[in-house]
Design a protein around this ligand. Structure first.
Ligand code: ADP
Length: 188
């Protein structure tokens, strides 16, 4: 085995299927699946200091303040146990987070990074989220999360596009077809 590893950054609107695909691919490639949403939900359930600070934001569909996420991701990447690498699901969600991540990745020169945006039309997303029915998947909060995405996260797509790092995958297909496309991209 070489000492190179993979870093996959999954972008995409809420409900685009990032979490599902990240789960499948992390299993297949032996990567850590780092979902900031999952980490936050778990921290909230366990009432940790992070959870207590994040709770009101998550419940309203707002982004949790950058500094909390920067500390979280710094810890997660520095303590990653999987030699093969990681998949980031839900981070970066602001340009500040993206710039921080670039800086952090300088500490891992052997990691080859692949940025993917899973594209799904908005009407499909809302349908999926309402069916999923997580606590923050109510009509009002979904609407707020989409607004937040367009305002704060869409610039992250421009950030990676302007660096020539952006890959776009059509997320409005059968699950296996999407996984196939992603596998090809990751292996290339
Ligand atoms: P989804 O992508 O379906 O909206 P996530 O599980 O990724 O769901 O995120 C749920 C919530 O967790 C977000 O609405 C936000 O409040 C918080 N969150 C997750 N990741 C971040 C992040 N990188 N920056 C700020 N807040 C975040």
């Amino acid at each position: 085995m070489t000492n190179s590893s993979k870093g996959i950054i999954f972008l995409g609107l809420p409900g685009s299927g990032k979490g599902t695909q990240a789960d499948l691919l992390s299993g297949r490639f032996g990567l850590s699946h780092i979902s900031t949403g999952e980490i936050l939900r778990q921290s909230i359930a366990e009432k940790t200091p992070l959870g207590q600070q994040a709770q009101s934001y998550v419940e309203r569909g707002e982004l949790v303040p950058d500094q909390l996420l920067l500390d979280l991701i710094d810890y997660a990447l520095q303590n990653n146990k999987h030699q093969s690498g990681w998949i980031l699901d839900g981070f970066p969600r602001t340009v500040t987070q993206a710039i921080f991540l670039d800086k952090l990745l300088e500490k891992f020169p052997q990691t080859s990074v692949c940025v993917v945006n899973l594209e799904v039309p908005e009407n499909v997303l809302i349908e999926r989220l309402l069916q999923r029915g997580r606590q923050d998947d109510t009509d009002d909060i979904i609407r707020r999360r989409l607004e937040v995405y367009y305002k704060q996260t869409a610039p992250v797509l421009d950030y990676y596009s302007s660096k020539g790092q952006m890959n776009i995958v059509n997320g409005d297909r059968q699950l296996e077809e999407i996984t196939d496309s992603l596998e090809k991209l990751i292996s290339s």
